[in-house]
Write a protein that binds this ligand. Structure first.
Ligand code: PNS
Length: 168
């Protein structure tokens, strides 16, 4: 039986919430493809290569995963890799409509492709990459939100790339 699934996302950058979902998926399925994809409604802060490098560091030691970048449709990539399902984390009700829309669209494009939702751990319910970016670019501590192995690198990169407006 094919037990390969895909965990897709922008991962801009990967957070502890993402790591938790990917690790839990890796215990449930034979293989997890972690796919860094393009979300056309977001402007990324990190290149796909940087995001992949962060994921590789954050997920060191997790054997049954493969980390890839892909710039096309998730539904096509899943078919190409013969993946059985998409796995996504659901934080609060606010995620539901957006995730449901994506799941149904992907199913329409690739009728073989189901989406499985894992409920976010309660400690990561509020966590998002955009929150991490906002905190770091304003000089705040992101060590509670991103894996320890990358938090320094993410922080430095976001801090130096910050565009601080002067508020009178
Ligand atoms: O972490 P995100 O930004 O919520 O992830 C969204 C993502 C990247 C999974 C989604 O935008 C996506 O699948 N992009 C690839 C292009 C695609 O297939 N778009 C149609 C999906 S409905």
């Amino acid at each position: 039986m094919n037990n390969t699934v895909i965990c897709p996302g922008s991962f801009d950058p990967v957070t502890l919430g993402h790591v938790d979902i990917i690790k839990r998926a890796s215990k449930m399925f034979d293989k997890v493809i972690v796919a860094v994809l393009v979300n056309m409604s977001k402007t990324p802060s990190f290149s796909i290569d940087e995001r992949i490098a962060f994921l590789e560091k954050a997920l060191e030691g997790v054997d049954n995963i493969e980390i890839v970048g892909f710039s096309g449709l998730l539904a096509d990539y899943a078919k190409e890799r013969n993946a059985k399902a998409v796995v996504k984390g659901l934080r609060a009700m606010s995620d539901f409509e957006y995730e449901f829309q994506m799941a149904l669209t992907n199913k329409k494009l690739n009728p073989e492709l189901d989406t499985v939702f894992l409920t976010s751990d309660s400690q990561y319910m509020y966590l998002s990459s955009s929150m991490v970016k906002q905190i770091a670019s304003l000089g705040g501590d992101i060590s509670y939100f991103v894996p320890q192995s990358i938090h320094e690198q993410v922080y430095e990169r976001l801090k130096t790339g910050a565009r601080k407006e002067t508020v009178k």
